[in-house]
Ligand binder design. Structure first.
Ligand code: ATP
Length: 513
C-alpha cells in the first residue's frame, strides 16, 4: 500500500510537472532531478516558509548566500577531506556497489518487520483482549528479533565511529547478507569512499587548484562568521541562515529525491556562549519540531537521537518523517561545540572569536545547528498531500478524484480562474479581467479548456486551493463562485472581494505563528 503510494507519487510528480528525471532524453542521470513548473513553485514556497520563519521571525537571525566554491583548505579544516566517507562494498558477481552500513540497516529493518508481523498475527488472534506491550515484552520470537536488531544496531554504530571496516564486513558475513539484486554473497572487503565531488581551477595546474563542490552549506556560514557579526553588529546568541545547493557523491542515490547527488539544504548555525548550548539545543529542537508540525500531521514526525555522536558534538538528534518507505531523517539538529570555528582559526590563522560585552570576555562561540534538506521537505509535503478519493454524490468520471492537499500557503498555484464556458465572449472577457487583477496578488492560472468538472480535477491534482468560476450570474451582478479544494464547497462573493479572501487564506503569514 505504502509502496503503491510511493510509485503513484513519483508518476504524479512527473505527470503534473513537479519533478522530472534529469537529462531524460539521454536516459537520465542517476540521483539527479529537475523541478518542473509546478515543482519550482512549491519548492520556492517551502524555501520562503523556512526563510521567513528563520530570518523574518527572529530579529537575531540573519541570512547569507555564500558561494558553492570555497577555498580547498576549508574542507581540510572541516574534516571533510579526511573523514567525509561512507563505507562501500562491491559484489564480485553482480558488480553492484552498495553502502555497507545501509545493507546492515536494511537487515535490521527486516528483523523488526518480522517482529511486527508476529505482533500483527497475535493481534488478529486475540482481538480486543490483545495487550501489545505485554506481548512485545514476553513473546520469545518477538524478543529474539528485537534484541538481535538492537545488538546489531549498537555494533554497527561502534564500528562506524571507530572506523572499523573489518567489523562491518564481519557483520555482513555473520548475518549472511546477500546482494539485494543478485542474491550473491560474494563480497569484496569494505572500504571508505569520500563523498565530495571535485573539479579543477583553470589557472592552477597542481593539486592546489583542486576545488570541491560543497557537500554542505554550513561551512560557508562558519567562514563568514566574523564578516557577518561585524557588519550586522549582532551579539551572541545570534544565528546565520542559508539556503543553497550541496553536492554529495552518494554511493547509491535512491528513493527518488530522498537521496540525491545534487540537492539543496536549509541550514542555520546559532552561535551561543559556551555553557549555554544545552539550553539552546533544547530550544531549537522544540522550535524546529513546531515548524514541521504546522504543515505535517504530528504523528508522522518523531525525534531520533543519534546512536553514534561525532567526536566534536555533545548532542545530536534527527527529526524523522514517515516517508512512504518508513521513518527517515528529514532534519538534523546538532550541538557542535566550538569545533568548526576553532578548526578554521587553526587552519586560517584568523581568530574566530566574539567579545562578549556582558561578561567582558572574548571566546570562541559554541554552535547549535539546524539542517534540513529542501528536497526531503518537498517529498514529505507531497507524500502528505497526495490523496485519491471518492466524491460523494458524483457520477461517472466525476466520482473519483486525485487531490494534492498541500497547505494553501505552499500550493504552487493559489487560484484558478475558470469561465464556465469558453464560447461566450462576455464570459471570457470578464474572466480575463478577473485573472489580470488577481495575478497581482498571487500565482494564478487561467483555464477555459474542457468541461468545468475536468478543469476542477486538473486544479485538484496540482493542489490549487481555490477555483474562481465566472458564470452568467457574474455578468448580471458582478459576483463569482469560489470553490475550495478540500471540501469542494462553493460560496458566491462579489468579484471585488476575491483577492482579499484568497490572500487571507493563502498568505505565508498563516504558517508563521
Ligand atoms: P543521511 O544520513 O540521510 O545521509 P546526513 O546525516 O548525512 O543524511 P546531514 O549531513 O545532517 O545529513 O545533512 C542535513 C540534511 O540534508 C539531512 O537531514 C537531509 O535532509 C539533507 N540531505 C543530506 N544528504 C542528502 C542527499 N543526498 N539528498 C537529499 N538530501 C540530503
Amino acid at each position: 500500500m505504502q509502496e503503491d503510494l510511493f510509485k503513484r507519487l513519483v508518476s504524479h510528480a512527473k505527470e503534473y510537472g513537479f519533478i522530472y528525471p534529469s537529462s531524460e532524453i539521454y536516459e537520465g542521470l542517476s540521483g539527479i532531478y529537475d523541478y518542473g513548473p509546478m515543482g519550482v513553485e512549491l519548492k520556492n514556497n517551502i524555501k520562503e516558509y523556512w526563510w521567513k520563519a528563520m530570518t523574518q521571525m527572529n530579529e537575531n537571525i540573519v541570512g547569507l548566500d555564500s558561494a558553492i566554491f570555497m577555498h580547498p583548505k576549508i574542507w581540510k579544516a572541516s574534516g571533510h577531506v579526511d573523514a567525509f566517507n561512507d563505507p562501500l562494498i562491491d559484489n564480485k558477481d553482480s558488480k553492484k556497489r552498495s553502502r555497507a552500513d545501509v545493507l546492515i540497516e536494511d537487515e535490521i529493518q527486516k528483523m523488526l518487520g518480522k517482529a511486527n508481523k508476529e505482533v500483527e498475527k497475535a493481534a488478529k488472534r486475540f482481538g480486543d483482549t490483545f495487550d501489545e506491550a505485554m506481548f512485545r515484552e514476553t513473546n520469545p520470537r518477538v524478543l529474539e528479533y528485537t534484541q538481535k536488531a538492537a545488538v546489531i544496531e549498537k555494533r554497527l554504530a561502534v564500528a562506524l565511529s571507530n572506523n572499523d571496516m573489518a567489523d562491518i564486513k564481519a557483520i555482513i558475513d555473520e548475518l549472511e547478507i546477500a546482494d539485494p539484486d543478485s542474491g550473491s554473497r560474494n563480497w569484496t572487503e569494505v572500504r571508505q569512499f569520500n563523498l565530495m565531488f571535485s573539479t579543477q581551477m583553470s589557472n592552477i595546474a597542481s593539486e592546489d587548484g583542486k576545488l570541491y563542490l560543497r557537500p554542505e552549506t554550513a561551512q560557508g556560514i562558519f567562514v563568514n562568521f566574523l564578516n557577518v557579526q561585524k557588519t550586522t553588529r549582532q551579539k551572541v546568541p545570534f544565528g546565520i541562515a542559508q539556503i543553497g545547493k550541496a553536492f554529495r557523491n552518494e554511493i547509491i542515490a535512491r528513493q527518488f529525491i530522498f537521496r540525491m547527488r545534487e540537492f539543496e539544504q536549509m541550514e542555520m548555525q546559532y552561535f551561543v556562549r559556551p555553557g549555554t548550548q544545552v539550553e539552546f539545543y533544547q530550544e531549537w529542537k522544540a522550535k524546529r519540531m513546531a515548524w514541521h508540525a504546522r504543515i505535517t500531521p504530528p504523528e508522522k514526525l518523531r525525534f531520533k537521537d543519534h546512536d553514534n555522536l561525532a567526536h566534536y558534538a555533545d548532542a545530536a538528534v534527527d527529526i524523522q518523517f514517515e516517508f512512504p518507505f518508513g521513518f527517515r531523517e528529514l532534519e538534523g539538529i546538532h550541538s557542535r561545540k566550538d569545533f568548526d570555528l576553532k578548526a578554521h582559526t587553526e587552519h586560517s590563522g584568523k581568530k574566530m572569536q566574539f567579545f562578549d560585552p556582558e561578561i567582558n570576555e572574548s571566546y570562541v562561540p559554541f554552535v547549535v545547528e539546524t539542517s534540513v534538506g529542501l528536497d526531503r521537505m518537498f517529498l514529505s509535503v507531497m507524500s502528505n498531500a497526495l490523496v485519491d478519493e471518492t466524491v460523494p454524490d458524483a457520477q461517472g468520471e466525476d466520482s473519483t478524484r486525485t487531490v494534492l492537499r498541500i497547505p494553501a500557503a505552499l500550493a504552487p498555484v493559489k487560484c484558478a480562474i475558470l469561465p464556465i464556458v469558453k464560447n461566450k465572449e462576455e464570459l471570457v472577457g470578464k474572466a480575463r479581467e478577473v485573472y489580470d487583477r488577481l495575478k497581482l496578488y498571487f500565482q494564478c492560472q487561467y483555464d477555459d479548456k474542457d468541461a468545468i468538472g475536468r478543469r476542477y480535477r486538473r486544479q485538484d491534482a496540482i493542489g490549487t486551493p481555490y477555483c474562481v468560476t465566472i458564470d452568467f450570474e457574474t455578468i448580471e451582478n458582478d459576483t463569482v463562485t469560489i470553490r475550495e479544494r478540500d471540501s469542494m464547497t462553493q460560496i458566491r462573493v462579489p468579484v471585488g472581494e476575491v483577492a482579499g479572501i484568497v490572500s487571507e487564506k493563502t498568505d505565508m503569514r498563516t504558517l508563521l505563528v
